[in-house]
Design a protein around this ligand. Structure first.
Ligand code: SF4
Length: 349
């Protein structure tokens, strides 16, 4: 049975939260920055910890849930009743974006989300997944020097245990090679930090040539990368084709091939994959969970954050069912749901 606090988390994903004037005043007195106005919709809002849950929740003035202040403490309330005391997670100062490196805001290079730092090899994406706003940011590579300068500032200011390199998707072989240079540089320089890589299935020069997958995975492991995040997003192939046209061209079978090889090379609990809950039926999501779990990959459930053509209202009841049933499937295979770190679950179920 799921904890009461998880039920509240699911409801916060559905409804968002409003902030009382008292809570605003209190939070303003504690930090210059407590609201994450991030370019990624999945990380925009207020990050907090309550009971054993972490969440980044969107701010909606009409929500029935409210953050209130009482005797210098913050609570999540519903209809004037305080449900849980909450600890706000303040982003580090650099997240205000007032530091510029090479003419770009530092937040175009790095971001800190609760317990982890994202190193953004590129800003924007060549793909056009219909639920993702990355395409609005164009298609720009970050240079290694700028990334490293930004990462060092992020490390100095953040209280983060993990870091990962996110690569989004590129247009061509040249782009793939540029990403590999960035991965090699950070993997080697920060090999004692356990960097993960978020990527689509890929080899040295191609997303689709699966004969390159294992050699490429071995190569980046040899260069210090310690874990892989490769998001299948959806199980149903028609929905996958519609919502992720470029990922569909890589092929779902290639996603699973890449995941199997990543688990073989990096080991169980070092490979995770996101499924979006709310864009396809629960039955399809659960089939996806089973396919991941039986391959030794940690399934991660992402609640749908409505955007563009994927503008479907989030549904707490569905999130709760998805989580309960997925946990049962994972138990059968002795696999944990990801991410494995509590604070990193702030934008997932
Ligand atoms: S591959 Fe799709 S989900 Fe990932 S960043 Fe690009 S557009 Fe967004």
């Amino acid at each position: 049975m799921l904890a009461e606090s998880f039920v509240l988390k699911a409801n916060l994903f559905e409804n968002g939260i409003s902030i009382s004037e008292g809570a605003k005043k209190f939070l303003n007195s504690k930090s210059d920055i407590w609201f994450m106005d991030n370019s990624y919709i999945t990380c925009t809002g207020v990050s907090m910890h309550f009971d054993d849950q972490y969440i980044t929740v969107s701010v909606r003035p009409e929500s029935k849930y409210k953050l209130v202040e009482n005797n210098e403490k913050i609570f999540i309330s519903e209809n004037e009743k305080n449900l849980f005391e909450a600890t706000l997670i303040f982003p580090p100062n650099y997240m205000k974006g007032d530091i510029f490196i090479g003419g770009k805001k530092i937040t175009k290079y790095v971001n800190t989300y609760t317990d982890r730092i994202r190193i953004q090899a590129m800003h924007g994406c060549a793909n056009s997944c219909k639920f993702c706003n990355a395409k609005e940011s164009g298609y720009n590579f970050n240079d290694i020097e700028g990334l490293d300068e930004a990462f060092q500032i992020a490390l100095a200011q953040s209280n983060a245990s993990h870091s990962f390199i996110s690569t989004n998707n590129v247009k061509d072989e040249d782009g793939l090679k540029k990403l590999t240079e960035i991965i090699e540089y950070f993997g080697k320089k920060y090999c004692d930090m356990g960097l993960d890589l978020m990527t689509s299935p890929r080899g040295f020069t191609s997303y689709t040539d699966s004969s390159q997958y294992a050699p490429y995975l071995n190569h980046i492991k040899d260069n210090g990368i310690q874990g892989i995040a490769v998001d299948i997003e959806l199980n149903n192939s028609d929905k996958f084709k519609y919502y992720c046209p470029e990922k569909f061209l890589i092929g779902q079978e290639n996603y699973f091939r890449f995941i199997e090889q990543a688990v073989e090379i990096f080991g169980v609990n070092h490979v995770r994959s996101v499924l979006i809950v709310g864009l396809e039926s629960l039955e399809e999501t659960l089939k996806g969970v089973e396919k991941l779990a039986q391959r030794g990959c940690n399934p991660v459930l992402s609640p749908l954050f409505p955007y563009g053509e994927a503008n479907i209202p989030p549904n707490a009841e569905l999130f709760i069912l998805a989580k309960t049933k997925s946990e049962k499937i994972c138990e059968k295979y002795g696999i944990k749901m990801g991410p494995l770190c509590g604070p990193c679950v702030h934008n997932t179920l």
